[in-house]
Design a protein around this ligand. Structure first.
Ligand code: TYD
Ligand code: MG
Length: 450
């Protein structure tokens, strides 16, 4: 007999509990428990395990890994060289950032290359999709649209059409009949993804799943969703800026943290081939508080302008605001400046801004932030042809970072004349023409240079 059971799920991490709780014991977030009805016993959707007998690793043959090119080099790189057959890719991002647009463009390229594609939308009507598609260019007939929220009907469409790639827009709108709770709830999203995964593996179809994000910026629904899929991509960017950054945070078939940069045009997204040049375009020359840093995003060095504004505060508690970098990191670096370099920022407001709508978390940008702060505080510009990288420790030491050679090379390529970098990196570096290296071992030395 089928029985209905009431359970509560944490919408953040998927933790299951028999009663409502204010705080999730697993992920410690507040007010995330939502009641869901789950059917147990007969009719319960069970996941069949994929069985195989144990075999020695030497006997396992991998065969040729075939990848399907998406027609967009930036996206191919983020995916690790193209779409892998039978893989599940989760694409998350704020509403209106361009998730549906990029996937429609991918579908267009795939059908032009002769692949069969099914685009299932639970959010838009056929007419709406068609209208958007017309802005992107001409489509081939092997591009199939389905407006459906029921996974079973979707499965029969897949059986009938046998597409090579399926797009599901979005996972939160899909439902399975035998799961009692509403679309978008934890149990629904989990079971739907499970079923899609089985279809993908059984029929060797690559699937793209669009996921909505929560206020905190993670894919809505259980965190477990990220564990289930093979690849997780996030679309970042300020809505006001035309640049969009696609970042891989998990990839079973390639490097993570790889980014692709796109530009939103009236005809869809177009690739940005030289992001550093574009990001540095129009930056102020010889302005106090502006510096250029170099961050490695995956395998590619990226040069970005960082701006700081330090001013006497008019408030009881000084204000600190960041855009694109971690707020706590700024507080930490200001404390280091105060204690190790004797620069008193305790009664100053500080605003730090990474231009271009990108978010960076690499510690190698620390030294750039520190020097931008000092430059603004002293109202003394740093030479516009200077590039800075290095991690700053709590004792004020400047620590080495990885892939220094690539960073310096990229800077030299873009016409930078001076590079301030950690001493430990400078000694292992082969000379690069046209760029002078200033090596520093602590924050104080770096400040003396500017
Ligand atoms: P959309 O792809 O629907 O975003 P999501 O699926 O992530 O919610 O949104 C695209 C946004 O970009 C929308 O605000 C309109 C705009 N846009 C363009 O600027 N140019 C275009 O060619 C298209 C198709 C959309
Ligand atoms: Mg959409």
């Amino acid at each position: 007999m089928a029985k209905q059971k009431q359970v509560f799920f944490c919408q953040e991490c998927g933790y299951e509990s028999g009663k409502w709780m204010g705080q999730c014991p697993a992920c410690k977030t507040w007010n995330t428990f939502v009641e869901e009805k789950v059917v147990t016993g007969a009719g319960k959707h069970t996941v069949k395990a994929v069985g195989s007998a144990p075999a020695s690793i030497l006997e396992v043959t991998t065969g040729e890994e075939t990848r399907i090119g998406t027609g967009m080099k930036e996206l191919d790189r983020v995916l690790g060289g193209g779409i892998v057959r039978g893989s599940l890719v989760l694409l998350g991002g704020d509403p209106g950032i361009g998730k549906s647009t990029i996937l429609l463009q991918v579908c267009r390229h795939l059908t032009i290359d002769g692949h069969k594609v099914l685009y299932v939308s639970g959010e838009e009507s056929m007419q709406q999709i068609k209208m958007r598609a017309e802005r992107l260019g001409d489509f081939e007939k092997d591009m199939y649209l389905q407006c459906e929220t029921n996974v079973d009907s979707m499965e029969s469409a897949i059986e009938k059409l046998s597409p090579e790639v399926v797009v599901v827009d979005s996972i939160q709108t899909m439902i399975l009949d035998d799961v009692a709770s509403a679309a978008g709830s934890v149990s629904q999203v989990r079971e739907v993804t499970n079923r899609l995964m089985q279809i993908a593996k059984r029929k060797n179809i690559a699937m793209f799943l669009v996921g909505h994000v929560t206020k905190e910026g993670t894919v809505a629904g259980p965190r477990t969703l990220e564990h289930m899929v093979d690849t997780v991509l996030y679309f970042e960017g300020e809505r006001s800026s035309i640049y969009r950054i696609l970042r891989s945070v998990k990839n079973r078939f390639g490097a993570t943290n790889e980014i692709g940069v796109f530009e939103m045009m009236t005809t869809g997204l177009s690739e940005v081939k030289n992001p550093s040049e574009v990001m540095l375009e129009g930056r102020p020359i010889n302005a106090a508080g502006s510096t250029v840093i170099c961050s490695m995003e995956g395998s590619r060095p990226l040069l970005i302008e960082i701006q700081a504004l330090v001013a006497q505060t008019n408030f009881q508690i000084p204000r600190r605001t960041t855009v694109g970098i971690d707020y706590n990191r700024l507080n930490l670096l200001m404390a280091v400046l105060e204690k190790r370099a004797g620069i008193h920022l305790g009664n100053c407001d500080a605003y730090v801004n990474l231009t271009g709508g990108i978010r960076l978390s690499e510690p190698a940008i620390d030294l750039g932030i520190v020097l931008a702060l000092v430059s603004s505080y002293r109202n003394r510009p740093i030479d516009a042809h200077t590039i800075i990288f290095g991690e700053v420790g709590l004792t004020g030491e400047v620590r080495g970072v990885n892939m220094a050679q690539q960073r310096v090379k990229e800077a030299a390529k873009l016409g930078f004349k001076t590079c301030i970098l950690p001493k430990s990196n400078a000694c292992n570096l082969s000379t690069i023409q046209g760029i002078q290296l200033l090596s520093v071992s602590n924050v104080k030395e770096a400040i003396d240079f500017i």
